[in-house]
Design a protein around this ligand. Structure first.
Ligand code: P1T
Length: 379
């Protein structure tokens, strides 16, 4: 099956009792048993819910993986992955990543004895020398949030595999429509489903997709034992959102390249971070490992003046100033004070994230209106 057909059909059957074409919302906390332990595969809704099962199977199909496991948020999924490790285990992560991911690593799991090193993995050469016998996982985003750096999944996997190190790819920015990390050698794919998969800014959810049976069993155990499960209504909303993922992504990509090209020639803009631009250092890699370049981009204004950046962010009419991304509507974010505020300023600056950086999630509105909005805001 090709992607669009999978998005609409994979793992989804008409409801056996009524023929309903849409997966029912099984709004129940428990399931009746005939006699103790004799049941239809469902005992208690933290452990299993049929709406969630369908979504999990659909997500697994979209990432060409065997197992899909959903959590109550992207960070809930990250939390589950980090619980696979023990005190003393070392984890190497990209130095450009979502602020909340950095925060759960440093402020929560470091307290429990996991060790983290953050490094620019857009150059894979940086990885090998950091590996020790205690290194158990490498965590990457690609494209990264918010600097849109490209990390070569195949090249990183070639380094992690011989050491038996788990390679986790946060595939949120690309979505499974643009990139399938398991096909490129990753062991685990993680998503903030809140973003492109949900697609309508109405749900918070996370997911993990993987092939390894034993790790999948451990992650399902953590899902049940720790309890960060999504509700059935949210699972329904995401199943509905996914049915148009391919169409939405096509428009996100079409609009984003036009926005990036517009910004690149703007006399007041100094730098545009978008992998679809030939000037982007990861452009060739993006062409190789992604199907198109995505809907996310960031930019800086000439002069790096904070009041001017704030003025632009306050002046938008179509773009809304808000955290998050991947919904149908265009959003603008100030990473330094919003999504990445939990990363200490020195760390942010060292990694190239300036206070004046503006991030855009380009939606699927008419491109003329988006360009006009940029034109009136950057003046
Ligand atoms: O918000 P949540 O569903 O818990 O997902 C966390 C997360 C994980 N990974 C990436 C790449 C993300 O971008 C996020 C959430 N990001 C935002 C809210 C944001 O505006 O960047």
């Amino acid at each position: 099956m090709k992607f669009g057909t999978k998005a609409i059909h994979a793992g989804i059957e008409p409801d056996p009792t009524t023929g309903a074409i849409m997966t029912p919302i099984y709004q129940t906390s428990t399931y009746v048993q005939e006699s103790p332990g004799k049941h239809k595969g469902y005992e208690y809704a933290r452990t299993q819910n049929p709406t969630r099962t369908v979504l999990q199977n659909n997500l697994a199909a979209l990432e060409n993986g065997k197992h899909g496991i959903c959590y109550s948020s992207g960070l809930g999924a990250t939390d589950a992955i980090l619980k696979l490790f023990k005190p003393g285990d070392e984890i190497i992560a990209s130095n450009d990543l979502y602020g909340g991911t950095y925060r759960i690593m440093v402020r929560v799991f470091q307290e429990f004895g996991l060790k983290f090193t953050f490094v620019d993995l857009s150059n894979p050469v940086n990885l090998e020398s950091l590996i020790t016998p205690a290194t158990k996982m490498v965590w990457i985003e690609t494209p990264t949030n918010p600097l849109l750096r490209l990390v070569d999944i195949e090249a990183i996997a070639a380094i992690t595999k011989p050491h038996n190190i788990q390679l986790v790819v946060d595939n949120t920015f690309a979505s499974p429509y643009l990139q399938n990390p398991l096909d490129l050698g990753a062991d685990i794919v993680m998503h903030s489903v809140t973003k492109y998969l949900g697609g309508h800014s109405d749900t918070v959810m996370g997911a993990i997709i993987l092939n390894d049976d034993e790790t999948a069993q451990r992650l399902a155990f953590i899902q049940n034992a720790c309890g960060a499960v999504p509700g059935p209504q949210d699972c329904f909303l995401v199943l509905r959102g996914i049915k148009t993922l391919h169409i939405r992504m096509q428009r996100h990509c079409e609009n984003a390249i036009k926005v990036a090209q517009y910004l690149q020639q703007h006399p007041k803009v100094s730098k545009v971070y978008y992998p679809g631009l030939e000037s982007h250092p990861g452009h060739e890699l993006a062409k190789k490992q992604m199907r198109s370049f995505g809907g996310m981009l960031s930019f800086e204004l000439k002069g790096d003046s904070m009041p001017e950046a704030v003025h632009v962010m306050e002046s938008f009419n179509v773009f809304s100033l808000a955290e998050s991304l991947g919904g149908v509507e265009s959003l603008c974010t100030h990473p330094a004070s919003m999504t990445h505020a939990s990363i200490p300023k020195e760390e942010r600056l060292k990694n190239g994230l300036k206070d004046t950086l503006i991030r855009l999630s380009v939606g699927i509105e008419d491109i003329e209106d988006l360009i006009q909005d940029l034109e009136q805001a950057i003046n």
